[in-house]
Structure formats: structure tokens, C-alpha cells
Design a protein around this ligand. Sequence first.
Ligand code: ADP
Ligand code: MG
Length: 400
Amino acid sequence: MKNLDDLLSEGVSGRRVLVRADLNVPLDGETITDDGRVRASLPTIQKLAEAGAQVVVTAHLGRPKGAPDPQFSLAPVARRLGELLGTEVALAGDLVGESAKSTVAGLSDGQVAVLENVRFDARETSKDDAEREALAAELAALVGEDAAFVSDGFGVVHRKQASVYDVARKLPNYAGGLVLAEVEVLRTLTGDPQRPYVVVLGGSKVSDKLGVIKALLPKVDKLVIGGGMAYTFLAAQGHDVGTSLLQEDQIDNTKQLLADAGDKLVLPVDVVAADRFAADAEPQVVEADAIPSDLMGLDIGPRSRELFAETLATASTVFWNGPAGVFEFPAFAEGTKAVAQAIVDGDAFSVVGGGDSAAAVRTLGLPEDGFSHISTGGGASLEFLEGKDLPGVTVLEGRS
Ligand code: ADP
Ligand code: MG
């Protein structure tokens, strides 16, 4: 896999470089509520611009239906990118049309432009290879001969999409700093991590994480389960979980996991419950094996916070994915905070994966530098840990 440094040493001054970035930020109207992904994308864009490249950024935002939709315009993102770079960043009004062509033609060396949302074009995510390839050819033609492609959107490398996979086959391709760093970090987790190796999983659904639990179980020393998925585990142990989030159809799978995991598994011993899913619901601490039938567990309880923190304190390597509770409601954020704080307080090599977990670190006010690595790719990091091939990585490795 060639990387950004290889490209920089080949020389980029006066060359156009197409960068696939992950700029899929949460928006409230036109306001970016968490600009983490924009900031994470800066180093690669900045290095290319400083080396005199004409940088053309392509990215998606949200889930538009394959056609232009102003609500998913990258305009707020281009603005924020410009603020952070301290320079003007032009936004093309389309992806490969007239506006994109004139925007790209107008770039001077060292300047940056953003193409409008790549998912405004239905071919981006098409299952039809020919359709995706046609879009990739147009993207390659837009930047012209002698151009290079830098893949820096780790959050999308598990997708076989035109701007991620197909375009990498049409231009000389390089892994951006972000993709390279993510792949290196995740390889240490699947390779030979320092022990004890503790994995904390949370979030909403067991079904989303079943694959990763199965893949990690043989490798870890402790597997700590919190969040909504803990209730399917508690139910599989035969406990009543009240109105908590429960995936009945996963109980059999979960029973098998319980049997396989043995004493590696750490489950909540108490939970913070409420009578409804609401920020202003009254929190009550109850035993994990005695959740009243009219209550739902929305966070791990105080004894579980201690148990999780003690387990984390023993670790030399930590991977954390998925909030321990509904951290979006302050009354149910203590469990997630305790997990994050225990990682910050420890000196293990620590990796946070998952969009919501990374957002929790930032919104709960924890120091980002308290973690060795905060992954920008939720689904991608989980698929990597599951041992799946990521199309956007294999293509850079020349394997597809
Ligand atoms: P990530 O994006 O980090 O992989 P997920 O998307 O799997 O995490 O899960 C995040 C969501 O899980 C959060 O929105 C959080 O509110 C929710 N969640 C956590 N604990 C619970 C719970 N006890 N009941 C319902 N939802 C929960
Ligand atoms: Mg999520």
C-alpha cells in the first residue's frame, strides 16, 4: 500500500490530487454539532496543499436518495474546512458537472476545493459495477491526467463505492494518513496485543456486534458488555429485563456466546432504569437480575461502573466500542463517562471505535488525548476487527 508520504516524495506541486475524505458530520440545520471528522481530515489535506497540490476533496454527507437535496449539501462542511485551514475553500455546486469542472479548473497550486455530496449521484452506491465505474471515470477525468487519488476516509473503506473503490482503480492510489494510521492501529488489535487485553462493548443492538464479539472472544482476556445490548445477555441468562431494549431473536446466539465466553465475560450487576425513554425520566438504580417489569434499563449502575473501571484498570490494551448507556440524556450518561474516564486514567494502549462512542468522548468533555487512538470509522473498524476484507483497503493494497 503506497501512502501519502510516498506521494509527497514523488512530488505533488502543480498536480491535482483527488482526496476521498470522511466529512460525514452530524448537523443541526446548517450547524455542525461535532466537527471531529473535519478536524481528523485536516492533516492529509493540509500536507498536500502545503506541498503545492491542487486538492479536490470528495465526500458524502448523510443519506440523500441519489439526487441533489439541499438538506445534505456539503456547504457547512466546506465552510468549516476553510475556517480550520485558514484559507478559502471553494464548494462546487455539483459532483462532476459544469460547476465541478470550472471549480477544479480555477484551482491554483496549494488551493483546496470540495465537490458537492458524492451521494447526490446514485451511481456512487450502485450495486452495478458498470454504473459505479462510469462515475469513477468521470471523477478521474475531472482531475485529469497526471492526477493522484488519496483515500483518507477510513469511515467508508468498508464500502464498495465509486469514490472509495472504483476510482482507486483508475488513478495512482495512496492511503492517506488517516487510513494508514487506522489500519496500523487495528492490526495491533487483531495481531498480538499486549495483555491483559480488555474489550468493552456497548451501544444499542447485539445483532450489530455479534460478528465482532465472536471474532474478538478468542483474543481477549476480558469482554465487558454494557449499553442496550447487555439486556439481551441478561435475558439469555434467564433474567427478566422489564421494558429494556431486548432482541428476542438474538437470545439463542447470545446463549452460545455466554457458554463460549465463560469467565471472560463481565456484565452489569446493577442498572439505572426509568419508566420511559426520555431525558427527564426519573432514574432509579435496580439490580441487574431484578429489573421491575415496568422499568427499562438506560445505563449501567454505580456498582457496575466500579466493576467496569476495575476491569479496565488491569488492562494493557483496551478496545472500546459503544456507549454504556443512553449518554445523550445527561441522567443516563454516568456509565459511559465512567468507562471513558477509566480508560483515560489507565495507561493501556487504548482504541475507541464507533461513531457514537467517539462523539460521547467529545460531548462528555473527556480529553481526546487521553486515548491512544480514536477511530473515525465505526462500521469500518468493526468489520476490520471481525476479520473481513475492506474493499477500500484491499484496492490500495493492489489485491483487487
Ligand atoms: P457506536 O456508534 O459507538 O458503535 P452504537 O451505534 O452501537 O454505538 O450505539 C449507540 C447508541 O446506543 C446510543 O445512541 C445510545 O443511546 C444507545 N444505547 C446505549 N445504551 C442503551 C440502552 N440501555 N438502551 C437503549 N439504547 C442505548
Ligand atoms: Mg452508532
